[in-house]
Design a protein around this ligand. Structure first.
Ligand SMILES: Cc1cc2nc3c(=O)[nH]c(=O)nc-3n(C[C@H](O)[C@H](O)[C@H](O)COP(=O)(O)OP(=O)(O)OC[C@H]3O[C@@H](n4cnc5c(N)ncnc54)[C@H](O)[C@@H]3O)c2cc1C
Length: 411
């Protein structure tokens, strides 16, 4: 039997999050060992081929909205090759009035110029997006195949070692090194620094080193609908993405004249069952009617031709958990990306790489990260005493009991 190897940096989890972090470290000249329970990258939630990305302008704390703008710019820069920038329209909410001047001021306050967000009345929206509803046009909004994006990040990397089919069950610290153990209690490897990016399973791994985190699963199903060329739905289908109560991609015309239209997603709290459900497709049919304002459309006109089912990992306050675990030096966490895997993984790559490489976090200011934003993402925010700390950059949690903040219920 060969002796388990020692690595400077190990990343656990080869979904979009772990792969983005590994890629950033590799691009900075580091050697990285990436380890995953599956036989290929992006086999779990990141097998999602139809994820959308845009800066957020709706509900949510100002901090969340600032973060999504920064993360969007980082994501756009990172995934150039697989980034499909078809634009995304966000219709005005039913209970909101469209007041142009107010919206212009609001978008400006979020730092979104009109290359990023443009308010449109219903007439302009019809011209530009083919949708007769007022709202905000996000011309740089995009969709991407998370699996392709993940694979691209790992291609042709000389300093990358991958260990597939290897489930890490626990971690232990001895002599300032982290030892990773597998399903048969065997030692897999040791590392100076370990990044945990294993979505929901991060909870058990962190638990093995005595820390509890408030993570929960949220099942989601996205439906792939087929629409016949002569269906009354056909003229209603959008040529851009729409994000509102649910989301959809631009409808795609196929060789036989029919349309393929992706609409999502269900949001099943605390569930992790991956089997497809007819009830989730019905839910998506209802969302589809609302998205294109075709409220009396016959749901049977949307024929199911496929689906994606995944389990999001969500934290108690709905923000991702990204940062060094101060109580366990050498451990870094990047999990709870929720429904924003594209944005948060791009942000995690920069933030975790800076912390792993022990850089001055003030350097992150060039991306717009201020100390309050770094603190808002840090694992330390969940531990007693941390919430009152002026800055979690230097905050050391006083114990490891999680505190469930009552955050906004942002999706
Ligand atoms: C229906 C649905 C719609 C969504 N829509 C969007 C969208 O439009 N836009 C968007 O940005 N996001 C969207 N998301 C969210 C996005 O898919 C996720 O946020 C993202 O894929 C999470 O990536 P991850 O790398 O954190 O986790 P995962 O992709 O789940 O990767 C975790 C990896 O860790 C590995 N692993 C787990 N445990 C261990 C262990 N013990 N040892 C070794 N390896 C381990 C797993 O094998 C896996 O490869 C959606 C999600 C769902 C379910």
């Amino acid at each position: 039997m060969t002796k388990p190897q020692h690595h400077e940096i190990v990343v656990i989890g080869a979904g979009i999050c772990g792969a983005s972090i590994a890629n950033e470290l590799l691009e900075r000249g580091k050697a990285v060992c990436l380890i995953d329970a599956a036989s290929t990258p992006a086999s779990a939630c990141s097998s999602h081929a139809y994820a959308i990305a845009h800066p957020h302008i709706g509900k949510g704390s100002p901090r969340l909205l600032r973060l999504t703008r920064i993360a969007f710019l980082l994501a756009e820069a990172r995934w150039g090759l697989v980034w499909k920038a078809h634009g995304i329209f966000q219709p005005t909410k039913k209970d909101k009035e469209f007041v142009l001047e107010e919206l212009v001021d609001y978008l400006e306050s979020l730092g979104l110029d009109n290359t990023m967000a443009l308010p449109l009345d219903a007439e302009e929206a019809k011209k530009i997006c083919g949708i007769s509803q007022s709202g905000v046009w996000l011309p740089r909004g995009a969709s991407l195949n998370l699996q392709e994006a993940t694979q691209q990040l790992l291609n042709n990397q000389q300093r990358l070692t991958c260990m597939w089919n290897t489930r890490v069950m626990r971690l232990e610290n001895h002599d300032e090194k982290w030892f990773l153990y597998g399903e048969d209690q065997e030692e897999i490897l040791s590392a100076d620094k370990a990044v945990i990016a294993a979505a929901m399973e991060s909870k058990c791994l962190i638990n093995s080193i005595g820390i509890r985190l408030p993570l929960k699963p949220v099942r989601g199903q996205l439906s792939i609908f087929s629409v016949a060329p002569d269906s009354p739905w056909a003229p209603k289908l959008p040529s851009v993405g729409i994000s509102g109560e649910g989301y959809c991609l631009p409808a795609e015309r196929l060789g036989d004249g029919s349309y393929r239209w992706i609409v999502g997603s269900s949001f099943d709290e605390s569930e992790d069952d991956l089997s497809p459900r007819d009830s989730s497709d019905d839910f998506n049919r209802e969302q589809a009617k609302g998205l294109v304002q075709y409220l009396d459309g016959d749901p049977n006109g949307l024929k199911k031709s496929g689906e994606f089912v995944g389990v999001r990992c969500v934290a108690g306050d709905r923000l991702p958990i990204i940062g060094a675990l101060n109580q366990r030096p050498g451990i870094f966490l990047a999990t709870a990306l929720g429904s924003r895997g594209v944005l948060w993984s791009a942000l995690a790559a920069k933030l975790i790489a800076a912390q792993v490489l022990d850089e001055d976090l003030a350097l992150l200011a060039r991306f717009g990260f201020a100390a309050d934003l770094v603190a808002a993402l840090a694992p330390a925010r969940f531990f007693a005493g941390a919430l009152a700390a002026p800055s979690a950059l230097g905050a050391l949690a006083s114990n490891s009991k999680p505190v469930f903040p009552s955050g906004p219920n942002t999706k």
